[in-house]
Design a binder for this molecule. Sequence first.
Ligand SMILES: [Zn+2]
Length: 765
Amino acid sequence: MNPVRWLALSLVPMMALPPQLLLAQSPAVPKNLDGYSQSASSIEQSWETKFRDLPEPARIRENMRVLSAQPHHVGSPYDKQNAEWLLAQFKSFGWQAQIENFYVLFPTPRERLVQLLDSSGKPTFTASLQEPPIPVDPTSSQTAEQLPTYNAYSADGDVTGPLVYVNYGTREDYEELDRMGISVKGAIVIARYGQAWRGIKPKVAAEHGAIGCILYSDPADDGYGVSDSYPKGGGRPAEGVQRGGVNDTEFPGDPLTPGVGATKDAKRLAIKDSPIITKIPVLPISYADATPLLKSIDGRVVPVKWRGALPITYHVGPSTASKVHLKMFSNWDMKTVHDVIARIPGSTLPDEWVIRGNHHDAWVNGASDPISGISAELEEARAMGELLKQGWRPRRTVIYCAWDGEEPGLLGSTEWAETHADELRQHAVMYLNSDGNGRGYFSAGGTHGLEHFIDSVASQVIDPEKNIPVIERTRLRQIARATPAERAALRSRPDLPIRALGAGSDYETFMDFIGLPSLNIGFGGEDHGSQYHSIYDDFYWYTHFEDTTFVYGRALAQVAGTAVMRMADAELLPYNFNNTASTVRTYVDQVQQLLKTEQDKVAETNREIQEGVFSATSDPKEPIAAPKSEPLPPFLNFAPLQNGSHALTDAAHAYESAVAKLESGSGAALDSPGIDAVNHELMQTERAFFLAKGLPDRPYYKHQLYAPGAYTGYGVKTLPAVRESIEQHKWSVASQATVDVGGVLQKEAETITAAEKLLPQPAAQ
Ligand SMILES: [Zn+2]
């Protein structure tokens, strides 16, 4: 809450001194923690220091060995066994713990086929659709327990058609196909993994008339183009396949119970009515299986940026001498998910909850995704258990969750959050998530009211290899990689910017549907390749190529555990609104720039059409379809957004300076009964960004600052109602959205001001 103090602490020394002079064994400690009076702050810091000494890499390694010993996807025996083992661990650490079950639709493959047919319809190649065991890797041979390679929530279907290569299969790639005059209507498309979330690929393919979709891992993206192939290196081998859900992004969780918990007696949609199952059959394959298919495609050679790393000439197609036969049928079964929920009741404020989660289910053995994360979370829980024995009691209730069913579609976290939605909105003050963890740089994403909070926590954890605070290592990398203009901004900003979050792990429902201040944290960036969602993401691979000594597992436990304790014990909730306001100002500038860019683009294309550019350059062998002319995008009224952003900036400044006064000196006023009312008002601040009607076309997503992109999936869209309607040229929607979102910013400003008015008077010094 005190940017000046933070600046003095971390930014100035970093700029003034070369990093090697910053090698402090223990990092600088702020005088009073934000939201703490002096006495509470010193007690908290001594508990936090004790906590950070406790996590042990060897125990994190042992957690991983146990949890990744066998395949443990949703509905498998080892998935249930892991949940029971986690439950027993939490209990043995002194936590109250239980398993909550939900009942979800989880299809598994019944029939899979990919064949190449010659012109007479005779098969000339059949894809293996297998990941073979690797002799040095003991768990890779657990064939009987492994889930076959497939994409969950693919439609059933048996289709035959010519093959078209569509690069990553994003909307932009189809625009490029349009320019080449190539249609995928009636064809099967083959798209490489990467760039956008995998579920977007069959969705966009179906929108363009394709009848089937094959996904493959090109070695350029996570194979030998990046790293030596496993087991020589960590890169994906020729037969490695990425499994994964392909459900549409309308809502996360169980496809049959949108918006409500998938309890035993919940009202369910019929499977055929669920809007999130794909419209066409989809199957993922390895590049060993993809190579003959890609070789069979003829026609135009692909644009340079569409080339992968296979030793072939990539063609777009459609294939003329051969066809592809694709068959995919699932067992559409209901499965039980086992969420492990553990708690330590708060001593003073048991009705305020700090929630921490990581999933425990995997596609196969999942050593990296997610066991590296849950193994660290469990070690945090053990360390807090040790503190309990020494007399620590959190002020607020701490809830640790081990989610099931994340992989197919955030099932366990979403169904739990939906079941407990009312309680969560009433009681929860933060949701902190992690998932797979690796070696390298600390990164954080989340709601910006927690930016300063997580930065200050991460300034107190030392990078195990570089011996500087983990936040400083990240900051130095961000500055090194930035453009000169961005560098200046990064240096002048007191806090390291955190990413806005789209989708991709269990924070989604908490952030976009419940409305909690949320964070997603982890380490990575120095890994040697990826075995993402393959049988080779296992203990042998992880302990040879990832965080092999588990010191980054310990660092994750230290950051996450410190954040939980600090939020749980604070007198005043340490939310910071200046960072939110400055981030919103950036977003408002961006959407205005975006409209201008769209206007320029349309104007230029219209001019080119008039000048006859396209008819003059068109080559009959490789035709370029002329784009259609389009009316110029209208000007939009951004005043409501700008006014809302101003109001938010003013309210944030007023609140922060009032809090700075309270926190100065002994900060005794923070330890007064009046603080409870402030905290209750603060608990409404994230939800003030909600609109009850949600986003245009996506009512589930209520948050008006962040959402997963309708056409990017994982990738976030900020000010999504405004930004996506401009991108999609939906001008009346955009015009309404600037008014709606402007109103939301005003509502946020009012909520912050209401909290400010409730602050007690500073105690006499
Ligand atoms: Zn995961």
